[in-house]
Write a protein that binds this ligand. Structure first.
Ligand SMILES: *Cc1c(COP(=O)(O)O)cnc(C)c1O
Length: 373
């Protein structure tokens, strides 16, 4: 059996007629960039989240850069970022001229460790970017408390957590501003690149919209130096077709996670942790396994595609070499690098496929353990 890591085809086929109709509509209206399809999606996504404003942009990385600028972060400012996240979270900070200050992660939730934030705050600190990594909300109450006490702006990076909740409230509505990615393989994905900025603050929304469209509040009037980051009408229309199904897909991901958890409960592996006050949306189903690389290649031989998120924590990447970090600076993120393994996860994964993955994972860890005894 071949089990792909993600399978975008199944979802496409389940709504094929609707997608084709929506795309045709955009093309016949020649509403190619921005326009009414984008506005329509902005309204429904804001409503879905329970936020006041949504501004769609070109991708999730642009969303971060624009959101940082909109809340007033700029050159010379320090921005706190978790040591393990996708590269773009830190890249956006550097690209607006600010400094990345990494904070180690929690060993069970994989999110920024609130206990380690205070030690990193200085007079230069301006903002913090909690990432709701793998689809699990970060410990946002504590983060908000620390941020408010230190006058830090909060930019929530929700690229992996559309629809995830903390105490019943959707992520993206806790901080000053939040960003989303609609990259095709995200839990809500377009047919190309896409992103959004969400906020309850009218002035941040206005500024984000201005920055994303050449600093142009009206045609041929340019009030600031902005940039071009807009969403295609086709992507907006595709996202509007998908949004009404998102909660059902997230429920399927959660059901699949429960199946994995049941079948792997007695393996001794570290399984994903879901605190009782949070709704994990399982963008990724991440376990920790000893001798990960061997286990991963054994699964590959059985036709099971897996991933690693991420093989090198950000402070140890070549791009951040100049910061001169050592493993002791981020002991948790560093020790997890060699153990994290992401199993196939998507709504359409069947019970049979999950059983097959678990059976082979069990064989792989037993053999690997025997070989090292
Ligand atoms: C995907 C992702 C991004 C970047 O989004 P793009 O749309 O690919 O630019 C940023 N942060 C995190 C945590 C992501 O997973």
């Amino acid at each position: 059996m071949h089990i792909p890591f993600v399978d975008l085809k199944a979802q496409y086929h389940s709504l094929e007629t609707e997608f084709d109709g929506a795309i045709k509509q955009v093309v016949s209206a020649t509403a190619f960039v921005g326009g009414r399809f984008a506005t329509q999606f902005e309204n429904s996504f804001a409503e879905y989240l329970g936020a006041d404003h949504c501004v769609v942009v070109g991708n999730g990385t642009d969303a971060l850069e624009i959101a940082l600028r909109a809340v007033g972060v700029g050159p010379g400012d320090d921005v706190l970022v978790p040591a393990n996240t996708f590269f773009a979270t830190a890249e956006a900070v550097v690209n607006i001229g600010a400094n990345v200050i990494f904070v180690d992660v929690d060993p069970l939730t994989y999110n920024i460790d609130p206990e380690r934030i205070a030690a990193k705050i200085t007079s230069r600190s301006r903002a913090i970017i909690p990432v709701h990594l793998f689809g699990l909300p970060a410990e946002i109450d504590k983060i908000v408390e620390i941020a408010r006490a230190n006058k830090l702006k909060i930019i929530e990076d929700c690229a992996q957590a559309h629809g995830a909740t903390y105490k019943g409230q959707k992520v993206g509505t806790f901080g000053d501003i939040a960003t989303f990615s609609f990259y095709p393989s995200k839990n809500l994905g377009a047919f190309g690149d896409g992103g959004a900025i969400v906020t309850n603050d009218q002035k941040y929304a206005d500024l984000a919209r201005l920055i994303a469209n050449h600093g142009q509040p009206a045609k041929n009037r340019h009030t600031i130096i902005g940039r071009n980051s807009r969403l295609d009408g086709i992507q907006a229309a595709v996202l509007s077709v998908k949004l009404p199904h998102l909660d059902e897909w997230l429920e399927h991901r959660r059901r699949n996670a429960r199946r994995y958890n049941d079948l792997l409960a007695d393996t001794g592996l570290t399984l994903p942790f879901e605190p009782a006050d949070r709704r994990h949306t399982y963008h990724l189903f991440v376990v920790q396994v000893p001798d990960r690389d061997t286990v991963q290649s054994k699964l590959g031989e059985a036709g099971i595609d897996t991933g690693v998120h991420y093989p090198t924590a950000l402070p140890f990447l070549e791009a951040f070499q100049s910061l001169n970090h050592s493993p002791a600076d981020f002991p948790v993120a560093h020790s997890q690098m060699s153990k994290l393994l992401s199993l196939p996860m998507y709504a359409e994964l069947t019970e049979e496929m999950i059983a097959y993955v678990c059976e082979h994972l069990r064989i792989a860890i037993t053999r690997t353990a025997a070989a090292t005894d």
